[in-house]
Ligand binder design. Structure first.
Ligand code: MG
Length: 231
């Protein structure tokens, strides 16, 4: 059995609009009523996120002072993964076609995400994606799980998945952040990093994934081609 374990935000869903909306709201809430700030464009904001500029720095670049930037960062962290903001997420280009392609090729597919159960279910319902992932192929955080950090939490999920899932002759991880790459590499799993998500190529290269490609569709096609060659 050939298996793909895919991250969710990045490969399948584009979160940039949610993150940008929350940025704007937090900036507005943090600034003083008469304070002039410099609201970044979505392109500027997303490029900063992709190059891993810290939130406090994004606050300062936007015209906040140091104390406000701390407050802004805290507020953002409390807000970004809450309702009603998930409605701003968009399906990635070609994501559903790619999921269909994987399913039709008979590849075992699991999702591994730092979303909580309710957050994952929300998106599954929103875009009718549940049909691609059976209950025992959903690796996410519990609704009450206390997060420590993605690069710590995700390897724990990977470890659980590798204990629970039936053996596969070949497994690939697909993801868009350092957490995905660390989770895979710490368990000897091959990993393809995607440039369509929240990290730019330069950031991804530092974590040394096996491959870096444009998006989910490219990654899936590469895996499919390779599997055909093996046969
Ligand atoms: Mg991701």
């Amino acid at each position: 059995m050939l298996r793909i374990i895919t991250d969710f935000d990045g490969p399948i869903v584009d979160v940039s609009e949610r993150y940008y909306r929350v940025y704007q709201i937090c900036l507005d809430k943090t600034r003083n009523p008469r304070q002039k700030v410099r609201k970044l464009t979505k392109g500027e904001f997303w490029q900063l996120k992709r190059s891993r500029v810290p939130e406090t720095q994004i606050g300062i670049i936007s015209g906040l002072d140091t104390a406000q930037a701390q407050e802004f960062s805290q507020l953002r962290k409390q807000t970004v993964h809450t309702q009603p903001y998930f409605q701003y997420d968009n399906l990635g280009d070609g994501a559903v076609d790619t999921l269909l392609q994987i399913q039709q090729a008979g590849i075992d597919l699991a999702v591994m995400t730092m979303r909580r159960v309710r957050e994952l279910n929300y998106a599954f319902n929103q875009y009718d994606l549940g049909k691609f992932f059976s209950e025992d192929r959903r690796y996410c955080l519990g609704n009450d799980y206390i997060k420590t950090g993605d690069t710590k939490d995700k390897p724990l999920l990977m470890s659980r998945a590798l204990q629970e899932l039936p053996p596969a002759y070949d497994t690939w991880m697909i993801g868009d952040t350092e957490a995905d790459i660390v989770a895979a590499k710490s368990h000897g799993i091959k990993v393809i990093a995607l440039e369509c998500g929240i990290r730019d190529r330069n950031q991804l290269e530092q974590e040394e994934p096996d491959l870096i490609v444009k998006d989910f569709s490219y990654a899936a096609n590469l895996i499919l081609e390779q599997s055909l060659q093996t046969i």
